[in-house]
Design a protein around this ligand. Structure first.
Ligand code: NAD
Ligand code: MG
Length: 403
């Protein structure tokens, strides 16, 4: 965390909001993060309102959410669904937009105070950049935004004096540990990983793993892409890169430890060797609520962790030989430039193909590795060059597996 970003944890950031109500734009409202964010809003109507809702394909759920939360506007990504959404909301004053560009246009509007960036994948980058340029606070769930172009995103956030408040549970934990520590140097951060459904398994087992099996996460219920990323440990690699940018860390300051119970959400070790941890049951509503209410904590009725029930917390080293995606992500983290962007694009294609039973579990790693070797390295890419690297990586990946 650099000086400007670090100081945000202690500063008096508190977006105005109308009548004390923070107006939230939920990008990706029909997803796992989006629906949980709406639960938090529904439980706190005196503190939050849903002003913008966006969905990619799921028009039915978007309509239902719009009728319940009465936002200022909605965006349906899939233009073929525009007419259905428009008609269903015809008796309301809700404005309806469609298409990819509309996401950026709405992000540039003034009708909200905070964007909850809950779109999955690279698609979340451009709207989030627009919101930052528009001076809006960001509650960031979409880790791919920072993996793809973290240097540019964080620089813009500082320029526009925009707080980027993490929603990812590990980064929320680190952020919470840093409150009150503005002037204290971080020695390292320790990201905890559940290990996913295949913890302790070896390649001879993983080669036969099927989609349905990989979608069963032991501790968290999430969208399909991040669930597969958790099974391959790519998710932890993406999170190491996310941590680098959020907290301005060097790669060697970021460590991963497997902690199967997911009670400690991550830790910060300071210069005196003292380690702070943030704990709780694995429930994304907590980091979502924290990011939306920051700098305040607000009460809720979520279940509490009971030390009498889960009395053992275990820790072990991640198995980088078996879960090679994490090793590839560490390589991308160390090398920097456009490599994390390229890796992310290849991974999105790999997960897409695995979810459609086009490639097997271990093929995902081979594909990502090949693409990382193939796309030319750029040390200090411009935003345009990041976009190009993403496109190139996707094309290579799709070619290799004949998608
Ligand atoms: P999800 O698949 O459940 O939902 C994704 C949302 O994004 C949906 O609303 C969908 O309509 C929208 N979307 C998908 N593709 C789009 C596109 N091309 N253009 C516009 N909108 C699109 O995903 P999720 O699990 O909610 O994850 C969202 C983000 O949050 C991811 O980046 C993920 O890594 C991160 N995250 C999720 C969790 C979790 O518990 N689910 C935890 C930490 C971080
Ligand atoms: Mg996480």
């Amino acid at each position: 965390m650099n000086e400007q970003q670090h100081s945000k944890t202690d500063s008096v950031y508190s977006p105005s909001g109308v009548g004390g109500i923070k107006r939230i734009a939920i990008f990706g409202s029909t997803g796992s993060i989006g629906t949980q964010a709406l639960d938090v809003i529904a439980a706190n109507p005196d503190k939050f309102s849903a002003e913008v809702l966006t969905a990619h394909h799921n028009d039915e759920l978007l309509i239902q959410q719009a009728l319940q939360f009465n936002p200022n506007m909605v965006v349906i990504g899939d233009e073929k669904k525009y007419a259905a959404v428009k008609q269903a909301l015809a008796t309301t004053t809700i404005k309806v937009f469609a298409g990819e560009k509309a996401l950026e246009e709405v992000a540039a509007m003034d009708c909200y105070d905070l964007m909850l960036a809950g779109i999955v994948g690279y698609a979340g980058l451009k709207p989030t950049l627009k919101a930052i340029e528009n001076g809006k606070a960001i509650a960031l769930a979409n880790k791919e935004t920072l993996v793809v172009a973290g240097d540019i995103v964080m620089k813009k956030a500082v320029e526009h004096r925009v707080p980027v408040i993490p929603v990812d549970s590990e980064h929320s934990a680190i952020f919470q540990c840093l409150v009150g520590e503005t002037r204290n140097r971080i020695e390292k951060v320790i990201l905890t990983a559940s290990g996913g459904p295949f913890l302790g398994r070896k390649p001879n087992y993983l080669v036969n793993v099927k989609r349905e099996h990989a979608l069963q996460h032991p501790n968290w219920s999430m969208g399909a892409k991040i669930t597969i990323d958790s099974a391959t440990l790519m998710n932890k690699g993406l999170e190491m890169i996310e941590a680098k940018w959020l907290f301005n860390l060097k790669p060697e300051q970021i460590q991963v430890v497997v902690h199967p119970q997911s009670i400690i959400h991550s830790m910060v070790q300071f210069e005196d060797g003292s380690i702070k941890a943030q704990m709780g049951l694995p429930d994304m509503k907590l980091p979502i609520q924290y990011a939306m209410a920051f700098p305040k904590r607000i009460p809720n009725s979520f279940p509490r962790y009971d030390f009498k029930k889960v009395s053992t917390l275990n820790f072990e080293e991640p198995d980088l030989r078996t879960f090679r995606n994490l090793a590839l992500a560490i390589e991308a983290l160390n090398k920097g430039g456009n490599l994390p962007c390229v890796m992310n694009a290849a991974n999105e294609i790999a997960v897409y193909a695995f979810l459609r039973n086009r490639i097997n579990f271990l093929d995902m790693t081979d594909l990502i590795e090949k693409v990382m070797q193939k796309v030319p390295f750029i040390e200090k890419p411009t935003l345009e060059e990041y976009f190009e690297s993403d496109g190139e990586a996707r094309n290579f990946a799709a070619d290799i597996i004949k998608l």
